[in-house]
Every structure is written in C-alpha cells, then in structure tokens.
Design a protein around this ligand. Structure first.
Ligand SMILES: [Zn+2]
Ligand SMILES: [Zn+2]
Length: 381
C-alpha cells in the first residue's frame, strides 16, 4: 500500500513540531511538519502528554522492519480536542481525550462480535500507520509523514479518527491519561479482559516495565495470591512490591521458573509475559501449574518464535492466550481504568517515572533500551 495524501486531507499551512523517525537506529529528529485539518469523522487534538513505549523502540531499532518512514512515533497520548471535522458527534471542541490506537469501526464481524481489539478494518490500516482511508494527515513539504497507529503522539498536535479519541473527565491529569492509552489499558486489560482472573488466583508477571507493572496492579486489584513479579531491575521489583506483589524474583540471580514453581508448589494459575522475548515467553509457559494459562502480552520483534512442550500442555490442560491491547474496548475500559484509579485501586502516578520535554525524547528510548524506569512521559507546554 503506497502512502498518499488522500482526498480527505486538507492542508492549510498549520505547522507543528514533532519527533520524526527517518532512518532506523538513528535518533528521532524534532521537525516542523504541516498537519491537515480534520476531515469527515476526524478530530484534531492538541497533545498534553505522550508516553513512550517499547513498540516505539521496536520501530526505532528496525525490529519491525516494514514500518513506513518517515513516521511520527508515539501511540499513547492525551490532550484537548481543538478542531472537529464534519459529522463528528462523539466528542466536541474543548473535550479532554485519551487516544486509542485501535479506532475500531464498530461494523465489521469482529466488532459486532464484541471484539473491537480485533477490528478487521483497523487491522488493515492502523498497523500500516495510516488513517482508515489509507492516507496520512502529516507532511514535510510534499512528502507524506505517517503517524504511528494513527496516534503519532510524539508531536504537538495530531489528527485522529473520532473513535480513537476517548472522552475523559477534565479532572484527570493528561500525563496519567496518556499512559492509560497503551501501557495501562494493555496491562490491566490483560488481567480483567483477556485472563479474567478470579480473586485469589496465583499469578506470575514476567517483566515489570509500563505494561508489566500495570499487570501487577490489575492483579493486586483482583487480590491475586501469590503475586510474583519477575524482572532484572531491582528498582522495578521494588515498585512491583510496593504495588502489591507478594514475592519478587530477580531474574539475574535465580532461575525464575524454579523460583515460581517453588513459591507456588507446582506452578501458577496465570503467567503474564510482558516483554516479548523467546526466552521469557518459554519461561512464562513453564511457570504454569495444571490448568494454568500463559497470557502473551509483550510485543515481540519480527520473526520471533518460541518452543513449547505440547505433552505438558496437553496433559495438564494448559492454555496460551494471545492479548492485543488488553482485549480492551477503549470507550468502556478507559473510563473503567480511570475509575479504578479514582477509587485508589490503581496507582497511575507510579507508572510515570520521568517527565521530559519533546526535545529530550531520545533520552526516553536510551533509558528504555537499558531497562531503566517504568514510563517516561513527554509533557507539552
Ligand atoms: Zn505501546
Ligand atoms: Zn471493526
């Protein structure tokens, strides 16, 4: 699919600053881009904050090699609606919104079956980093610039489909609303929607970055026991403990699978894998007890494969569950997550480890590559 401007894109000279990836394995560059006015069914959002996610890093590192460039990365953002296109009725001027990177169509078979996270229409275009009509809303001179997953939140403004702009209460700080858009929706959704764990079930969480820490919090809200957090970074383990993990396992010093088998006396009911690596996926499956389920949440690099022991899976009726976007329906789940935060059941502040201006965005990815911090959030003035 070629990247074209599309009939819906009307450029009128409005310029924004954005972090653009032109070459893999190169720093993002802050550039001036032209942004189109919102077309039919689209809204323009002035970003207040944008998170940075491992999926952005996959693209920077060339691990998702087919991603078109130039591209504005960032796919968890929140801000204010500043312009609306014809026919928009879900949000209005001045509304605060958190952005969803799966603006489901509501009409396809998967949407109608209650699985908007698998929207066939969205899968065709969103993963091409284009709008639903197959075009982009940003350009550099005459060159189209795509927006990651239609969000492109590492820019001052973005134009998104209205069903990707989820209205939130004005009282929610935008930096916290931003991280709901990917990390928290994915992690908490994995617990509540994909796994649907029951109170008191046993859980292991492999990887305690932004998504994994959100899984830990979702499991704490469900009173998982034991709740075993596994990571290689002691600071992340300390945070997991503070957020409700009953046990922590430093994977650099012990065999994580043996540790989990020992703590539980035979394996967990659920193991959440929140990294996306062959080794940790295999570990998560090996941590399961009888009838246990491994929930694969982390997004692996292209070409990753993992080995399983089918005899064990068959004999013990274990399951492997895929999880995209926490199996979320954002218009339902974003307010639900923010409600849990308001009730003190989720601590969104703890997800945000650092706030930086857009100019320092590359520092966020340097820290992420080193396994440091939970979520670095870009805050706009
Ligand atoms: Zn993400
Ligand atoms: Zn759909």
């Amino acid at each position: 699919m070629g990247c074209r401007m599309g009939d819906g894109a009307r450029f009128e000279g409005r310029m924004i600053r954005a972090a653009v990836l032109r070459e893999v394995n190169r720093p993002l560059e802050i550039e001036e881009l032209e942004i189109a006015e919102p077309g039919a069914g689209e809204v323009m959002v002035r970003l207040g904050a944008s998170g940075t996610c491992h999926s952005d890093l996959h693209i920077i590192n060339g691990e998702w090699a087919e991603t078109r460039r130039p591209i504005v990365l960032g796919h968890e953002g929140a801000g204010e609606v500043v312009a609306v296109g014809p026919g928009v009725d879900r949000v209005g001027l001045g509304d605060h919104v958190a952005l969803s990177w799966l603006p489901s169509c509501g009409r396809c078979r998967q949407c109608l079956a209650g699985r908007p996270q698998l929207c066939q229409k969205a899968l065709e275009t969103v993963h091409e980093n284009l709008m639903p009509d197959g075009s982009s809303r940003l350009r550099s001179g005459d060159e189209p610039v795509s927006s990651m997953l239609t969000v492109g939140s590492l820019g001052e403004y973005t134009v998104v489909p209205e069903n990707g702009a989820i209205r939130i209460d004005d009282s929610v700080p935008l930096d916290l609303a931003a991280v709901v858009g990917c990390a928290v929706a994915t992690g908490v959704g994995a617990v509540l929607n994909t796994a649907r764990i029951e109170a008191g079930q046993s859980v292991a969480v492999v990887g305690c970055g932004g998504v994994g820490i959100s899984v830990v919090q979702g499991c704490t809200a469900m009173s998982a026991e034991p709740l075993i957090a596994i990571d290689a970074n002691p600071e992340k383990l300390a945070l997991a403990k503070r957020l409700g993990a009953t046990h922590t396992v430093d994977a650099t010093s012990v065999d994580a699978v043996e540790a989990v088998q020992e703590i539980t006396g035979g394996g967990v009911d659920y193991a959440f894998e929140a990294i996306g690596l062959k080794a940790t996926i295999e570990q998560a499956i090996a941590m399961l007890g009888p009838a246990g389920a491994a929930v694969l949440v982390g997004m692996p690099p292209d070409g990753t494969t993992a080995e399983i022991d089918p005899m064990t899976i068959t004999s013990f009726e274990q399951r492997i569950l895929g999880c995209i976007y926490g199996s979320c329906n954002p218009p339902v789940d974003f307010p639900r997550i923010l409600g849990l935060h308001r009730r003190g059941r989720l601590d969104l502040d703890s997800i945000v480890s650092r706030r930086i201006p857009l100019e320092q965005v590359n520092e966020a990815f340097t820290a992420m590559a080193a396994g440091e911090g939970v979520r670095t959030v870009v805050v706009y003035e």
